[in-house]
Design a protein around this ligand. Structure first.
Ligand SMILES: CC(C)(COP(=O)(O)OP(=O)(O)OC[C@H]1O[C@@H](n2cnc3c(N)ncnc32)[C@H](O)[C@@H]1OP(=O)(O)O)[C@@H](O)C(=O)NCCC(=O)NCCS
Length: 315
């Protein structure tokens, strides 16, 4: 047995709220459509803040919350595809800003909206071999960089933000039993890349992506429970990637999850991709809905196509 548990959480959201009412003045849309189809009311976009600012804000809060000093961190993984530079990575920028030791492994990882789960699993593996047993895991996105304002089907969905957790690895902690998967599909959902002369922009085929998501979520729940040998009753809280309130509602209905065991903040932040799961975890922690001893089942899905699930406890 060996694994990681969460010691502390943090988050950072930029100051500028973008309301549905505001969007309806610049795009052919309206609050009723956005709310009924997605559950989103506002999202936040960076104006003066950088991606690095968001990472630093979330990471500092998580370190403080955990009572851990930067020099105790053995590895730092940032799940993102929207960092300030293609290189240096957001992880390298964090090393500099936080003053992490030079031998702390710092890098970025891209698994789109499932990225935080890929990063948690990567951290569990890394810390097993690291000299210092605390790790920083972030999900951070500045999606406002990539919004296609010509596409009303996607421009209303996405927001910016960062969430962070400090984890501790110990031989007597259980594994998070991560299930991670991908199915390479360049057309369904993503951000245009180097092959295009135009600036990078988000694209998505909404309905097939929705169908993929509603299949991925129960698959991940079932697989994680099977791998960990746990049942629904062993889970204190379910944390879902916040892509669409209807996707969460379908999962909640299918598994009869009571209201006190799941949480939605999509109405506030929109879809923040890799940041969405740690934003939920950090808010739940602050609200006292999760804390020492809590076991949470986390599910993500997104561009790639990628999906992931894990069961993680609070130290
Ligand atoms: C994006 C999403 C909300 C769109 O909802 P939908 O019910 O599938 O809507 P459609 O794309 O079929 O569009 C329906 C109609 O609404 C219109 N529409 C699209 N965006 C609109 C907007 N912002 N405002 C008003 N009308 C809009 C379309 O033009 C279409 O009109 P038409 O019927 O006259 O052609 C939904 O498909 C979704 O959530 N998909 C999955 C998202 C996801 O999980 N992402 C993965 C993880 S990151």
């Amino acid at each position: 047995m060996s694994g990681i548990k969460i010691k502390g959480t943090g988050r950072f959201v930029p100051a500028k709220a973008i309301t549905n009412e505001y969007l309806s003045t610049i795009v052919d849309t309206n609050d009723e459509w956005i709310t009924s189809r997605t559950g989103i009311k506002t999202r936040f976009h960076c104006t003066t803040e950088t991606h690095t600012d968001m990472c630093v804000g979330a990471a500092r809060q998580a370190l403080e919350n955990a009572g851990i000093k930067p020099e105790e961190i053995g590895a730092c993984v940032v799940a993102t595809f929207s960092a300030d530079y293609l290189s240096p990575s957001a992880g390298c920028m964090l090393q500099r800003e936080l003053g992490l030791p030079h031998d702390t492994v710092c890098f970025d990882l891209n698994a789109a909206c499932s990225g935080f789960l890929f990063a948690l699993h990567t951290m569990e593996c890394l810390l097993a071999a690291a000299p210092r047993k605390y790790g920083l895991v972030l999900g951070a996105e500045m999606l406002s960089r990539f919004i296609n304002w010509e596409d009303r089907g996607t421009c209303v969905l996405f927001g910016d933000g960062a969430g962070a957790v400090v984890v501790e690895w110990r031989e007597d902690y259980p594994s998070i039993h991560a299930l991670l998967g991908c199915h390479g599909d360049p057309n369904m959902l993503g951000v245009t890349g180097a092959e295009k002369p135009a600036p990078a922009r988000i694209f998505m085929h909404g309905q097939p992506t929705f169908k993929f998501a509603v299949q991925a979520v129960p698959y991940c729940i079932d697989q994680v429970l099977e791998r960990s040998g746990k049942t629904m009753d062993d889970v204190d809280f379910f944390v879902f990637h916040q892509a669409n309130a209807r996707i969460i509602d379908l999962a909640v209905r299918k598994y009869h999850i009571p209201p006190e065991k799941y949480y939605k903040n999509i109405q506030k932040y929109g879809n923040t991709s890799a940041a969405s799961i740690p934003l939920v975890i950090s808010e739940l922690h602050d609200l006292g809905k999760v804390g020492p001893g809590s076991r949470i089942l986390v599910v993500g899905f997104g561009g790639g196509l990628t999906w992931g699930g894990a069961l993680i406890e609070f130290a």
